[in-house]
Design a protein around this ligand. Sequence first.
Ligand code: F0G
Length: 354
Amino acid sequence: MSYQGLLQTYKPYLPVNDNTPMLTLKEGNTPLIRAVNLSEELGLDLHFKYEGLNPTGSFKDRGMVMAVAKAVEEGSRTIMCASTGNTSAAAAAYAARAGLNCIVLIPNNNIALGKLAQAMIYGAKVIAIEGNFDRALEIVREITAKHPITLVNSVNPYRIEGQKTAAFEVVDQLGKAPDVLAIPVGNAGNISAYWKGFKEYHAAGKSSSLPKMVGFEAEGAMAIVKGEPILEPETIATAIRIGNPASWKTAVAAAEESGGQINYVTDDEILAAYRLIASREGVFAEPASAASVAGVLKLKREGYFKGGETVVCVLTGNGLKDPNVALKTVNAEPLVVPDTEEAVMEAIAKLEEA
Ligand code: F0G
């Protein structure tokens, strides 16, 4: 039978009952891609969990399908979230599918172009605040506490329930739990969800071990690493430009219980990893996603690995979300030439020299 979507596939592990609509855009079931070139170079068995192939291009679809299904079950008519872009795209899509109204609050001028386009085309009410994500989330929490509107940020526990299914897939795809799970950390919901998923699958007898959870914040937004909120978070990876992560405590617990860590990477390290995975492995993920790979490269330099470990980097979102950063990173434009064979051959020769 063809794939039925997350709620159907993982029903026994999810808060799904007879009244829960089996909402789906066929989210989940994303590929685990072995990084054949980088594995060789790093002496690791390195894999990418490529979440950019979800229906709206990020891992947020996993949590959103669950949260929106429960909102429908509970009779809600409107959902609302704050977002650095991906959550708003997912919320807007699933609201459209389920016939709900959707309101999203985004930080003005600080979300990637593709994400903005998504929220608008799916028909959400998009409001850009003159403030950052953390402030947007505060406002959304205040409004949803006072009005009959369902909050669908990851502080909604159904979001975490949906997102934990990615850990199930990793175990099913590898045939075991990885030694290390590397993941970007923004609002810290996803690392919390993966850890919950690994523990539940382990308890169900689906894996004999648990991974070390290593999470990476961007240097300019490293609240957890610093141990205090960052008032003005800044990073090229706008998806994780968050200064006061809502799931702070559970993220720290995931790192501690698993024997992992919360660490950080610089914007330069993020961009280098971003280019590397595209140019060496043919996988285009958005900048925030590359924080997981940048983090593994950092740990490798620091002598963290013995060699041969199975490492899974979560690539949380699709590179197409943020074309501006891609073009800025390569810092080049295509060569424009006359439409003749000679001109094209000349151009090829010129590019080979460069
Ligand atoms: N990677 C991407 C591409 C994201 O969009 C996010 C979060 C993260 C990583 C971090 O995940 O917050 O669970 O630690 N994006 C949220 C949003 C905040 O609004 O789309 P996290």
